[in-house]
Design a protein around this ligand. Structure first.
Ligand SMILES: [Cu+2]
Length: 141
């Protein structure tokens, strides 16, 4: 009886562990240093913007970003001004994590800074959107 209970506990723990991989992106980065710069009830807070940062306007629609290539300087603070022309889309950057989300013909702003030069992917994390084409590249020089 005691053994049986232990075996059940193991099985339960194993099955609970499976959903934990659901957030499999290209990398595990989930920039933990974003403040909540504007609230929002979503599970991801908007990344804090820096006053005076260069603003980069990005249009999001189903299913593409315009532009889909963005160039910034290493260590440069920029503001991503995301305008959705239709439904909810967000802007997630490799290593930096969630930056901002927008929907319904509104523009929302989130801060982004990448210190390490390189090429980074960005995408929309709404289910199915990335696969449908909502991704792009940020070149950090
Ligand atoms: Cu989207």
């Amino acid at each position: 009886m005691k053994l049986r209970a232990a075996a059940l506990a193991v099985i339960t723990a194993a099955s609970l562990a499976i959903p934990a991989v659901a957030h499999a992106g290209d990398d595990g980065g989930h920039g933990g240093h974003h403040g909540s710069g504007g609230g929002g009830k979503g599970k991801h807070p908007t990344a804090t913007t820096v006053p005076g940062a260069r603003e980069i306007a990005v249009r999001a629609k189903s299913f593409a970003f315009t532009p889909d290539e963005i160039t910034v300087a290493a260590g440069e603070d920029v503001t991503i001004a995301l305008r959705s022309t239709d439904i909810l889309h967000d802007f997630v950057v490799q290593k930096a994590g969630h930056i901002v989300a927008a929907k319904g013909k509104k523009t929302k702003r989130g801060g982004l800074r990448i210190d390490e030069p390189g090429t980074y992917k960005f995408w929309c994390s709404v289910a199915g959107h990335r696969r449908a084409g909502m991704e792009g590249t940020i070149v950090v020089q």
